[in-house]
Every structure is written in structure tokens, then in C-alpha cells.
Design a protein around this ligand. Structure first.
Ligand SMILES: NC(=O)c1ccc[n+]([C@@H]2O[C@H](COP(=O)([O-])OP(=O)(O)OC[C@H]3O[C@@H](n4cnc5c(N)ncnc54)[C@H](OP(=O)(O)O)[C@@H]3O)[C@@H](O)[C@H]2O)c1
Length: 257
């Protein structure tokens, strides 16, 4: 599918850094942007910018962990505006704390709901009508932390590894049905979530730069979009090396409490 045929694009986490940059990157006359988040004020600002670029905007403002509401909403949107591209981008992060005391379990469960469960719920709601139409595109935002678990963020790493595996499986399943699925694995990108994350942040990108790369490579239907070079190669190697060595390397790099 070429970018020209994109008409309706649904982006979650659109009030955040990467999501709002993606919304602005796709905003153009003839495009319907369906933007989801909880922060109404931020979403309205993003919507205003996108409308100024000629896009029509529909907002969805509710907690993404409400699965029945989420799936009914996706169904409703798709009924009136068939979704060409779904970008499941919402996310949150927690960490083990400055002294390595550990993650709070209630927060860890919440994180899994936001990062993994909601991503799967979104995709599963979009797949049915896309299959019936015989086309569609789904991008799932994972992270380079999905290649090898970072000691400072165990639950986050697990959620992003889950998103990666889910997306790869969907791609294999859905390609014969005309649905393109991409797993996006960003490195460090300027955002509130990134600011709050402990540890070194090498090769930090702006959200605008990340959005431009994601948009360009989605148009080429890449199975995986990972950046920046060389952090993507380095984290890929961590997954290939014996884990004892990878854990040592992460420790030397400062990824410890
Ligand atoms: N920034 C990085 O360095 C980095 C690196 C790798 C991967 N990522 C991934 O990129 C994605 C976007 O992150 P970001 O950096 O742009 O972070 P961000 O600016 O903090 O944005 C997070 C977004 O997720 C939404 N969200 C969180 N919990 C939600 C909930 N319960 N219900 C609905 N929406 C919820 C937020 O919406 P509200 O605030 O409106 O609730 C916000 O729009 C995430 O999946 C993140 O894991 C980021």
C-alpha cells in the first residue's frame, strides 16, 4: 500500500511526544486522523495543529485499559471511516528505583495492561474489518528494550518484548490477507517518559526525527523499524550473545541501580 492511499489513520498515545509528532507528520488534506489519549488539553493542541495542516481530526479520550470501550470504539470508527493505518503507540514506564528496591507490582500490572494488553486488544479489533476488506496496515510501537531486558526496567522490557513477538506473529499470519504489520523499535526519543527513565540515554533523537523515519519506513512496509544506528545493532547483539555476557555489558554501560 502506498502512502497516497492512506485516508484514515488511528494513532494512540497521540497526546504524547512520539504520537503527536506522528500525527503532525501524517496531517494533510484528505487525511482523517483519529487521535487517542487521556489528556484532553494536549490532544486538542495536537488536533489544532493537524487541522491547520488540512487534516480532519476525530478524538478518542478514555483510558485505553478499558478493553470493551476500546474495542467498541475501534469498531465504530472503522464502520464510518475504514481504518487504513493503525499505530498502537500508547505506553508507560516504571523502573526498579534509585536503590534497586524493585518495581511496585500494582504498577507493573498496570504497565502490562497499557503496553501489551491494550496493544493486542487494539490490533485484534482492527484486524477483523481489515481482513474483510483485504487490506490495512498495523504498526505496533515496541522498543529496543524488547531485544534484551534492561535491568532497570524489567516490566517495561517484558511488555515491549511481548509487543515485538505479537507483531512478528501477526505479520506472518496476516500478510496473505493483505494486512501489513510492522514492529517499531525506537531507541531513546525525547519525551516525558524518556526523561523519567533512569540510566544512560545514548543517541537521543527528537520525536520529529523518529516520526519522519517511522512514516517513511512504514510506507515501504518494513517488517521491523529500529533506530537509531548503531544502538539498534548493539541491542540486537545483546539478544544474540550469551546472556551472561550481555548482562555484564549492560552493567559496564551503567544500566544498573
Ligand atoms: N521515548 C522513548 O525513548 C521511547 C523509546 C522506545 C519506545 N518508546 C515507546 O513509544 C511510545 C510513545 O512514548 P513517548 O515517548 O511518546 O511517551 P509519552 O510522551 O509519555 O506518551 C505516552 C502516551 O501514552 C498514552 N497513555 C499512557 N497511558 C495511557 C492510558 N492508560 N490510556 C490511554 N493512553 C495512555 C499517553 O496519553 P495521556 O498522557 O493522554 O494519558 C501519551 O499519549 C510508547 O509506547 C513508548 O514505550 C518510547
Amino acid at each position: 500500500m502506498s502512502q497516497r492511499s492512506l485516508r484514515t489513520i488511528l494513532i494512540t498515545g497521540a497526546s504524547g511526544s512520539i504520537g503527536s509528532a506522528l500525527a503532525r507528520a501524517y496531517a494533510a488534506p484528505g487525511v482523517i486522523l483519529v487521535l487517542h489519549g487521556r489528556d484532553e488539553e494536549k490532544l486538542n493542541l495536537v488536533a489544532g495543529d493537524c487541522e491547520a495542516r488540512g487534516a480532519q481530526v476525530i478524538l478518542g479520550i478514555f483510558d485505553i485499559t478499558d478493553t470493551p470501550q476500546l474495542q467498541a470504539w475501534v469498531q465504530d470508527i472503522d464502520y464510518s471511516n475504514p481504518i487504513d493505518l493503525l499505530i498502537a503507540n500508547q505506553g508507560m514506564n516504571i523502573n526498579i528505583g534509585p536503590k534497586g528496591e524493585g518495581e511496585d507490582w500494582v504498577q507493573a500490572e498496570r504497565l502490562l495492561e497499557v503496553n501489551l494488553r491494550a496493544t493486542m486488544a487494539l490490533a485484534s479489533a482492527a484486524i477483523k474489518p481489515m481482513r474483510a476488506r483485504g487490506h490495512g496496515q498495523i504498526a505496533l510501537i515496541s522498543s529496543l528494550a524488547g531485544f534484551f531486558g534492561l535491568p532497570l526496567t524489567p516490566a517495561y522490557s517484558a511488555s515491549k518484548a511481548g509487543v515485538k513477538a505479537y507483531g512478528e506473529a501477526l505479520r506472518g499470519w496476516l500478510a496473505p490477507h493483505g494486512i501489513q504489520v510492522t514492529v517499531v523499535m525506537p531507541g531513546y526519543v525525547e519525551s516525558d517518559m524518556c526523561d523519567a527513565m533512569p540510566g544512560p540515554k545514548p543517541f537521543l533523537w527528537t520525536a520529529e526525527r523518529a516520526a519522519a523515519v517511522i512514516k517513511r519506513r512504514l510506507a515501504l512496509n518494513h517488517a521491523r523499524i529500529s533506530f537509531p544506528f548503531p544502538l539498534n545493532i548493539g541491542t540486537w547483539f545483546l539478544a544474540v550473545l550469551p546472556p551472561e555476557i550481555s548482562i555484564k555489558i549492560l552493567g559496564w554501560m551503567g544500566y544498573r541501580a
